[in-house]
Structure formats: structure tokens, C-alpha cells
Design a protein around this ligand. Structure first.
Ligand SMILES: [Zn+2]
Length: 385
């Protein structure tokens, strides 16, 4: 009997796996995969100052090609549960729609992958013609330090080599089949700091107001685009998110002004080159008079692209056959765990609809769960053909 993705999704939603709680979700996945013949490892990672988080790695088959199904079982909190018309962890189905936290982000997609994998394995004598892995973390919605990044390293140290990965994040803006993500922009945070000399507002000649300087530098950095976009990416963007002086006194010129910003950057830039470019522009605008520096935050979100080719085309073809739609190959949106996976193998993302993620009354059409299962199932047939 084929595994039912709707029942699996409902069972997963009933596990209250709000980051960093496991909530029974990985235990459920472990039971399902073990019964199908997978070797399953539960791995807990911890770091000083962080919550320990449980993760799961499961594999069936041997040799190549090796396809990884990646995802996360943790969910964001429900928020004010009184605002939900269907309780967030009750998995109620009404009018062909399954309600609950994680329905689209991304327990629904995990259920679809499980159902597709079980069906594929059963139809192929209990084993793929190659290797199929599940790499699931409980630390994606949180600070993401005890999850995918460490699990990938753990797997690599065990000798696991992956050829391709499909991450099940919600990717479709309107309907299933709309969009595949083949890359993501990089993200870099920084703080621009201008120092002056504190003084009495009535004697500006005795002070040096950093507000004037920071306004000039912000204007200069906003004035010039970083690039005009590239073949697969939109233009890079620098956005100031706050300007802080912290001065509560009316007659005081402050000593320092700070402005925080974030840059989403495309494949025209490496992180180092991007920082150098911003600093060169600030230096030019500052001239001799403005004393400034930029504090760059450490980041692990580099830009990446899985260039269109046979793998992307195979996935697009499977989506087209099931939904009748040719997905847009996109690099939009925020960062995901794909930023870690790309260091091990080419990764693309395809899952459910993105509109509902993190919302009150998060839900998924049961028909979408069935269709997504059919897409993953087709991908397995073609990948291991
Ligand atoms: Zn997610």
C-alpha cells in the first residue's frame, strides 16, 4: 500500500517541534524510514550558549548517483493561538485543506518526500539504483548553528558523498509548479559608524557633529547601484535599516552616530570584493573630514547558483508533467539551508506554496500534497533511471 502523504503530514504537524524542540517529529520520520529499510542516524549537536538540537540522517542503497532529500522538521512558534481558527498542532482537515503550523514550511514537503521515497523503494525491490538520503534538521528556523551545517560536516566525515540535493522549502508564489529556486543571493550585514566630537549645540565650532557625516555617507552609498543584475540574479541591493544616535538631550551634539545596513548580493560579487567596494565608496564620500569605519558582521550566507543543466531540466520536466506548468528558475527570496548544502553538491529547492509560511492558520491543499508527492516520485524514477 502506498504511503499517504496527507496522513504523514498530519502526523508530523501534530508533533509540536518548535525550534529547538524535536517534538516527536524526527522520531516519526525515523520509524517510517526504518520500516522502509533505511539506515537512520539521530545526531544531536550542541555549542556553548546554544540549545542542543536533534537532527536526522538516513540513507538507503549504495554507490552513485546519490540524491539527498534535505529539509527541516522544526517550525516557527504559532504566535497567538487564539487567532487560529484551527488549532496549530491539531492537523484539522476542512474542505480539502490541512491546517497546522508547518503545513507548507515544511512538514508537508517532508511528508511528500517520505511518501515518494517509500513508494519508489517498494517499486524497485527495496532499494534505489544508487543512494537516496534524507538529511533533516531541527534547527533551520532558529539560529541554524546546530543543524544542517554540522550535519553535512558529520556526514562528510563518515564518507558520505552527495551528487545532488533537493531541498523542500516552499518555493511557489501562487500555484504548485510556479517556481524552482536554483540559487540564492548572499547576505551581508554591516554597521557604519561615524565618530565626531561631543559638544554644546550652541557652539558647533567646538564640536564635530557625526550626524552630518553619517547622513553624507548614507546618501553616497544609496546613490550608486551596486550592479545591474546578472543572467540569473536581480540587482544587488544595499538597504539601511536603522540610524542610531541615541541622543536624548536637546542641546548636545553627540559623539557618535551608527547606521545598520544589509546587502543582498548577486554573483557579480564575492563577499571580500563587496566589502572592499563599499569601503572604497565610503572613503571617497568621506574625504578628509569624516571619521568613519564599518563593522562587518560574520556571515555564512554566500551567493550561489546551480546553473541550469540536466539536473535542473529533469526536475523542471517532472514538475511540468504533473502540473502542466513550466517553473520559473528563480534566485529570489531570503537565505535557506541551501547556502550550506551548496558546498557539498549542487542543490535546488522545490516545495509547496510560499504564501502561507509562518502565518496564522498556515495550511496546505491536500491535492498539493498529492501532486508534490507525484513530482518527487517522478524525480526519483528519472534520477535513478
Ligand atoms: Zn522552511
Amino acid at each position: 500500500m502506498a504511503a499517504d502523504p496527507v496522513a504523514l503530514a498530519a502526523d508530523l504537524i501534530r508533533c509540536p517541534s518548535v525550534t529547538p524542540a524535536e517534538g516527536g517529529a524526527l522520531a516519526l520520520v525515523e520509524r517510517v524510514l526504518k520500516a522502509a529499510g533505511f539506515t537512520v542516524h539521530r545526531v544531536t549537536f550542541a555549542d556553548p550558549g546554544t540549545d542542543p538540537v536533534e537532527n536526522l540522517f538516513a540513507r538507503i542503497g549504495s554507490g552513485s548517483p546519490h540524491l539527498m532529500f534535505a529539509g527541516h522538521t522544526d517550525v516557527v512558534p504559532a504566535g497567538d493561538e487564539a487567532k487560529w481558527t484551527h488549532a496549530p498542532f491539531a492537523s484539522e482537515i476542512a474542505g480539502g485543506v490541512l491546517y497546522g503550523r508547518g503545513a507548507v514550511d515544511m512538514k508537508g514537503a517532508i511528508a511528500a518526500k517520505l511518501a515518494a521515497a517509500l513508494d519508489y523503494v517498494a517499486a524497485n525491490g527495496g532499494k534505489p539504483k544508487g543512494s537516496l538520503s534524507f538529511l533533516l534538521t531541527g534547527d533551520e528556523e532558529g539560529i541554524a548553528v546546530n543543524g544542517t551545517v554540522k550535519l553535512l560536516k558529520w556526514a562528510a566525515e563518515r564518507g558520505e558523498k552527495f551528487d545532488h540535493c533537493i531541498l523542500g522549502e516552499p518555493t511557489n508564489p501562487q500555484v504548485l509548479g510556479d517556481m524552482v529556486k536554483i540559487g540564492r543571493r548572499g547576505s551581508q550585514n554591516g554597521t557604519l559608524i561615524v565618530t565626531g566630537t561631543q559638544g554644546h549645540v550652541a557652539y558647533p565650532e567646538l564640536a564635530d557633529n557625526p550626524v552630518r557625516g553619517i547622513v553624507a555617507l548614507i546618501a553616497a552609498l544609496n546613490a550608486e547601484p551596486l550592479d545591474a543584475g546578472s543572467q540569473h540574479f536581480g540587482p544587488s541591493n544595499l538597504e539601511f535599516t536603522s540610524i542610531d544616535v541615541g541622543n536624548t538631550t536637546v542641546n548636545l551634539i553627540p559623539a557618535e552616530a551608527r547606521a545598520r545596513f544589509n546587502i543582498r548580493f548577486n554573483d557579480h560579487h564575492s563577499r571580500a570584493a563587496l566589502r572592499a567596494l563599499i569601503e572604497a565608496r565610503a572613503r571617497r564620500a568621506a574625504g578628509e573630514h569624516i571619521r568613519w569605519r564599518i563593522d562587518w558582521e560574520p556571515s555564512n550566507a554566500d551567493v550561489f547558483l546551480t546553473a541550469p543543466g540536466p539536473f535542473v531540466e529533469m526536475v523542471s520536466g517532472a514538475i511540468r508533467e504533473v502540473t502542466g506548468r513550466t517553473p520559473v528558475l528563480s534566485t529570489t527570496g531570503g537565505t535557506s539551508d541551501a547556502r550550506f548544502i551548496k558546498d557539498y553538491c549542487p542543490v535546488i529547492e522545490f516545495g509547496l506554496l510560499s504564501q502561507e509560511m509562518h502565518k496564522v492558520d498556515e495550511h496546505v491543499a491536500t491535492a498539493d500534497l498529492v501532486a508534490l508527492t507525484a513530482i518527487y516520485r517522478r524525480i526519483l524514477d528519472r534520477y535513478f533511471a
